[in-house]
Design a protein around this ligand. Structure first.
Ligand code: SAH
Length: 390
């Protein structure tokens, strides 16, 4: 089947793999969703081939711009292999990393994370779901995993017309599994944890925090299973307070601390971090190193203003909590909040806190989460390292 772009098309001709509803003339025959369609421009020239899903706002996701490429089992095997190969120099001997990162690896809607002997997949496009048997074959051959588990209880699947499922797709489920990062052992709850079990995108930033932690008193707000704080404690922090609203995550963090014999220097708080930050910062500066790693405050463009208010608040409080000369590591994973918006809001927070704040470093997501230049949505994580002066 073939579709022809109309006058409203812009991004796809500038390199984006996404074609929105209304940017092409809908096919005359009501074609079944899942179909791989050929896309032509207004002059009838070949643009590429992609998944077509009339239900989704992103109605076509391009897979290939090469006319001679057939989208078949072989094609998927090659794509997955090339994602695996491109990780090798970046992940070395790590036992946990993202193997496939959707559009950036040319596989729209496919996420694959490796956690030791297990693989966890997320399928976020209907077209891709049709090819899962092939994907599973390739992954099983390449990794010989104990099991491949699908995390699919996520709202974006509704928009694609995909059912919400959490299920074992291959082998058997081993959970928890144990992974290692920056000298810490972490247990990963594959079936019940948040996201695919762990926030791998912050791996490098946790390592950075480890380098800055020796001798420091640390708070880690939005700590999940304790990642940043545990790495800090392992690398010489004298005291670490972990704060998360999810009691289950806090318990998990406590268990991780025990497994790493770090309990003696760690404190765990189940609380809304907004409240904790407000109350603690009212007592004045008390910490040498702080981490703010909240969930996305907005998933839609029209709620950016509200999200910015949230970032302003936690950064204001976070800055106030840091002793002069200390460090605040602050992140945003809302892709609708741009890096410059985020920097601005941190600047406003510093101004309101009446503190001189220097940006020491601007960081992002780990390299096993590659981005596409033409798809700004693929670059979502911003991480600023600030030195908070007097
Ligand atoms: N820093 C973690 C990942 C954090 S994910 C790591 O490196 O692994 C965001 C966390 O924020 C989740 O664990 C979620 O439970 C928590 N959270 C969400 N809203 C919160 C709130 N209002 N107060 C405290 N924690 C919150």
């Amino acid at each position: 089947m073939t579709v022809r772009l109309n006058a409203k098309t812009a991004r796809v001709l500038e390199g984006s793999p996404w074609i929105y509803k209304g940017q092409f003339d809908a096919p005359a025959v009501s074609s079944a969703p899942n179909t791989v369609v050929a896309v032509l421009d207004r002059q009838g020239r070949f643009v590429g081939r992609g998944f077509y899903n009339p239900r989704s706002i992103i109605a076509i996701r391009l897979l290939s711009r090469r006319r001679d490429e057939k989208i078949d089992a072989d094609w998927f095997a090659k794509k997955i292999q090339s994602a695996i190969d491109s990780r090798a120099p970046w992940v070395g001997s790590r036992d946990a990393y993202r193997v496939v990162n959707s559009e950036a690896d040319g596989l729209p809607g496919l996420i694959v994370d490796k956690y030791g002997p297990m693989l966890v997949v997320e399928v976020l496009s209907l077209g891709l779901s049709q090819f899962m048997p092939i994907v599973l074959d390739v992954l099983a051959q390449q990794f010989k995993p104990t099991g491949i588990y699908e995390r699919g209880d996520i709202p974006v699947r509704d928009r694609e017309g995909l059912p919400r499922v959490d299920q074992l797709l291959f082998g058997r489920l081993e959970s928890p599994v144990y992974i290692h990062e920056h000298g810490v052992t972490l247990s990963i709850d594959l079936a019940g944890g948040q996201k695919t079990g762990h926030f791998l995108d912050q791996y490098e930033n946790r390592g950075r925090v480890g380098m800055l932690a020796a001798g420091k008193k640390v708070f880690d707000a939005f700590s999940h299973t304790g990642g940043f704080g545990l790495v800090a404690a392992r690398h010489g922090a004298t005291a670490v307070t972990e704060i998360d609203i999810d009691a289950h995550a806090v318990e998990h963090a406590q268990q991780n601390a025990a497994d790493n014999s770090l309990t003696d220097r760690m404190t765990f708080v189940t609380a809304n971090a907004f409240d904790w930050l407000r109350q603690a910062s009212d007592q004045g500066p008390q910490y040498d190193l702080g981490i703010l790693d909240p969930p996305a405050f907005t998933k839609s463009r029209d709620r950016v203003a509200e999200a910015l208010k949230g970032y302003k608040e936690i950064n204001l409080r976070g800055i106030k909590l840091i002793r002069p000369g200390g460090i605040l590591v602050t992140s945003s994973c809302s892709y609708h909040v741009s890096e410059s918006d985020f920097i601005n809001v941190v600047g406003q927070a510093a101004y309101d806190a009446k503190r001189h704040v220097k940006i020491m470093e601007i960081r992002g997501q780990a390299p096993d989460h590659p981005m596409l230049a033409a798809l700004p949505e693929s670059r979502y994580l911003k991480c600023l390292i600030l030195e908070v002066g007097v």
